[in-house]
Design a binder for this molecule. Sequence first.
Ligand SMILES: NC(=O)c1ccc[n+]([C@@H]2O[C@H](COP(=O)([O-])OP(=O)(O)OC[C@H]3O[C@@H](n4cnc5c(N)ncnc54)[C@H](OP(=O)(O)O)[C@@H]3O)[C@@H](O)[C@H]2O)c1
Length: 250
Amino acid sequence: MGKLDGKIAWVTGAGSGIGEAAALALAEEGATVILTGRRREPLEDVARRIGDRAHVQPADLTVSAQVQKVGDYIRKTFNRLDILINNAGVNILERHWANLTPEGIDTLVHGNLSSALYCITVALPFMRAQQDGLIIHTASMAGRFIGGLSGPIYVAAKHGIVAMSHGLNMEECVNGIRSTVFLPGEVATPILDKRPNPVSAEERARMVQPADCGDLIRYIATMPKHVVINEVHLSPTWNRSYVAALRSKL
Ligand SMILES: NC(=O)c1ccc[n+]([C@@H]2O[C@H](COP(=O)([O-])OP(=O)(O)OC[C@H]3O[C@@H](n4cnc5c(N)ncnc54)[C@H](OP(=O)(O)O)[C@@H]3O)[C@@H](O)[C@H]2O)c1
């Protein structure tokens, strides 16, 4: 028997990386999972590995009407939502002011911030009615610390996610709703392919792995409802920014 038997969980960015690992971990613990991303094929692949308790619902989360459609499906099919893993996000190659375009800015702001906010507006009515619900947002270390690697707009959008998650607890705690913001350091996922400087296989092997994130998300999701983990950081032991700083002292 799993600790999440009977729970309905919606995972965004579920076709790859952290979202895929979260979907697999929550399903292993007994949850029914709704899998969202833009591309159907990777979602179907994750669903095949989960079985009957997986429901594929592709959507571009930067389009609020498409987010609402997933909400309509959840209402019609389950009429409840216990967990939202608000995880989808993007980065782009042309991420620095020297080469940013208005289109790039829109991709980063809508793809990391607006999309996450739209998903919350769909989740909250279910959770308020239930007086119970958990939302886990994947922000980033870039949402707490200002560094150069991720680019200034990604950093700004992820700071927005961190701030918003704390604000959610401030307003919705009286409705039994809990919000956790998850701040990973470098995780070996396909998003690294969008780095201006390619990341080697050896470097990826030393990073946090998606399954580490899935395990953490499973742990947070199985905490009792009278406690909330407000914010959690997870970094590779071999932290490349620390190592670079140490080496520059030599
Ligand atoms: N990997 C890291 O080092 C790292 C560090 C800190 C934070 N993060 C954050 O972790 C989260 C997950 O990323 P990841 O590392 O697992 O990389 P990933 O494998 O690239 O996952 C991102 C997922 O988001 C989905 N997605 C992107 N835009 C979307 C949209 N508009 N609508 C619906 N789905 C969308 C993508 O699927 P489709 O392309 O099919 O839509 C993809 O499955 C992101 O929020 C990212 O910013 C990652």
